[in-house]
Write a protein that binds this ligand. Structure first.
Ligand code: PLZ
Length: 450
C-alpha cells in the first residue's frame, strides 16, 4: 500500500505536478484496469486518486490536481468532509445494514424529515430513498403513473435522467447512452427544450415561444389527459447546462397543475446548494409535485430520493416501493453530515460567490475567443459552449482540446452537451478562492493554446 496523506480539508490546498499527467503509477494502474474492467465504463482523466478534499485531488504519482468536477456534482461539501466522515464512521461501527423494509432505523426517517424541510413547497410531504439518481427517477415515474392512473410521460430534448431501461428512454442523447441498448420503455414523449442559444429564431423567440410550442405538442400529440408526468431538469446537466428562460418552468408547472399532470423536477445534478439555492426550482419559486435528488445529497455515498406531495407519494400501496439497499444507514448518516455541512458553511452562499467569480471571467474569455458562443449557468453550475466562430455549428474538437490541455495542467474539467461541445464547471462548493482563480488561469491558458 502507498503511504498517502489523509484526504479531507486538511489536504494541502494547492496544485502540484510532480510527473506528467497521467504519471507512471496511474498508467500502470490503467493497464491493470484494461485487463479486468469492462471497456464500456469510460474514463475522463486516467489519474488514479488516493486522497481528496477541499478543491484538490491527490493521485497515485503524488500529483495534486484542482477539482472542477466534484465527481460530477457529488462532493459539493468536499471530499471526506468532516461531518460526513464522523457520522459515517460512527454509523459503520454501529451497524451497516438491516434493510429499512425489514427492520427500520432512525437515520432514514431523519433524512426524510430533512428532505421535507428543505425541498420546495410548504405542503405535507413524503419521501422514499433509493441508491442512485436513475433509480429515483424510475420511482418518481412509477409513483406518478400510479397516482394519476395515466401512462404517458413527457421529457425534453437534451434531457438526461439515467442509464437504466426506463431512464434511457427518458434520456435524449443516443451516443453513448442508448446506442445498441434498445428496445426502450414505451409511452415516453419528447418535446423541445427552451434552449436559448439554439432556439430557431434565437433567445428572444425562445422566451416568447418555447412554452406554447411544448403545450401545443402535448395537446396535439399526446393529449393532456393521458399524461401522468412531465419531467424536467430545472437546469439541464449532461445535455449541456441549459438554462431555460425565466417563466418557462413556472409556466410548465402551471400547465401541469391545470391538467392534473404530476410535475417532476429532476434536481439530481442541480440540487443541494449547487446553483446557489437549496434547489434550482426555487430560483423562480417553482414548486414541483415531486423532486428527485441524489449526487450532492450525501457527500459521495450512494443515496437518492423522491420527495413530494403526500397525497401523490402515499397513493402507492404498502410494499409498492422499495429495494434492498435504498436508504442504507451509512448513506443516510452521510446525508445528515452533508446537510449539516451545507447549513453550517452556508454552501448556497458559497455557490453564488463561485458563480460571481467564474461567470465574469468566462464572459471575458468569450470576448477574446470567439469559439465560445455562450457562457451560462447559475451559482457553481456553469459552462461555456463552443462553436465554429460566428456560427452555431458545434465544435467538439476544440472542446476536447481545451479539456485535454486543462487535464495535462492539473485541472479536472468535464465536458457535456448533446453535441459534446460544452465545458462545464462544477467545483466542490468548499473550494478556496485562490484555487478557483488558479483553475480559471489554467483554463485561459488552455484556450490560448488552441
Ligand atoms: N438525472 C439530472 O445528472 C446523473 C451521469 C454520469 P445516477 N448524471 C451523471 C454518467 O455518464 O452516467 C443524473 C443526472 C440527472 C439523473 C441522473 C442519474 O443519476 O446516480 O447516475 O443514476
Amino acid at each position: 500500500m502507498l503511504q498517502v496523506p489523509h484526504g479531507g480539508p486538511e489536504l494541502p490546498q494547492r496544485r502540484n505536478l510532480v510527473t506528467e499527467i497521467p504519471g507512471p503509477a496511474s498508467r500502470a494502474l490503467f493497464e491493470r484496469r484494461l485487463g479486468v474492467v469492462a471497456r464500456g465504463v469510460s474514463t475522463t482523466l486516467p489519474v488514479f486518486i488516493t486522497a481528496a478534499g477541499g478543491g484538490v485531488l491527490l493521485d497515485a504519482d503524488g500529483n495534486s490536481l484542482i477539482d472542477f468536477g466534484a465527481g460530477i456534482a457529488v462532493v459539493s461539501v468536499g471530499n471526506a468532509a468532516p461531518d460526513v466522515v464522523s457520522r459515517v464512521s460512527a454509523q459503520v461501527a454501529q451497524f451497516t445494514h438491516t434493510c429499512f423494509m425489514v427492520t427500520p432505523y432512525e437515520g432514514y426517517v431523519e433524512v426524510c424529515e430533512q428532505l421535507a424541510r428543505l425541498t420546495p413547497g410548504e405542503y405535507e410531504k413524503r419521501s422514499a430513498l433509493f441508491n442512485s439518481g436513475a433509480e429515483a427517477v424510475e420511482n418518481a415515474v412509477k409513483i406518478a403513473r400510479h397516482y394519476t392512473g395515466r401512462q404517458a410521460v413527457v421529457a425534453f430534448d437534451h434531457a438526461y435522467h439515467g442509464r437504466t431501461n426506463l431512464t434511457m428512454a427518458l434520456t435524449a442523447k443516443n451516443m453513448p447512452y442508448k446506442q445498441g441498448f434498445g428496445p426502450f420503455a414505451g409511452e415516453i414523449y419528447r418535446v423541445p427544450m427552451a434552449y436559448p442559444l439554439r432556439w430557431p429564431d434565437g433567445p428572444d423567440a425562445c422566451r416568447a415561444e418555447a412554452l406554447s410550442v411544448v403545450k401545443s405538442l402535448i395537446h396535439t400529440q399526446v393529449g393532456e389527459s393521458n399524461v401522468a408526468a412531465v419531467i424536467i431538469e430545472p437546469i439541464q446537466g449532461e445535455g449541456g447546462f441549459i438554462v431555460p428562460p425565466d417563466g418557462f418552468l413556472r409556466g410548465l408547472a402551471d400547465f401541469c397543475a391545470d391538467h392534473g399532470i404530476v410535475f417532476i423536477a429532476d434536481e439530481i445534478q442541480s440540487g443541494f446548494c449547487r446553483t446557489g439555492d437549496w434547489f434550482a426550482s426555487s430560483h423562480e419559486g417553482v414548486v414541483p409535485d415531486l423532486v428527485t435528488t441524489a449526487k450532492g445529497i450525501a457527500g459521495g455515498l450512494p443515496l437518492a430520493a423522491v420527495t413530494g406531495r403526500a397525497e401523490i407519494m402515499d397513493a402507492v400501496h404498502p410494499g409498492g416501493l422499495g429495494g434492498t439497499y435504498g436508504g442504507n444507514p451509512v448513506a443516510c448518516a452521510a446525508a445528515l453530515g452533508a446537510i449539516e455541512t451545507m447549513e453550517s458553511l452556508d454552501l448556497s452562499a458559497r455557490a453564488r460567490r463561485i458563480g460571481d467569480i467564474m461567470l465574469p471571467r468566462l464572459r471575458k474569455l468569450a470576448e477574446t475567443y470567439p469559439v465560445i458562443a455562450d457562457v451560462r449557468g447559475r451559482g457553481a453550475m456553469v459552462a461555456v459552449e463552443l462553436t465554429r466562430p460566428g456560427t452555431l455549428e458545434p465544435d467538439p474538437a476544440s472542446t476536447a482540446a481545451v479539456a485535454g490541455a486543462c487535464h495535462r495542467a492539473g485541472l479536472v474539467v468535464l465536458t457535456c452537451g448533446t453535441f459534446g461541445n460544452v465545458l462545464r464547471f462544477l467545483p466542490p462548493l468548499v473550494i478556496g478562492e485562490e484555487l478557483l482563480e488558479e483553475g480559471l488561469d489554467i483554463l485561459e491558458d488552455a484556450f490560448a493554446s488552441l
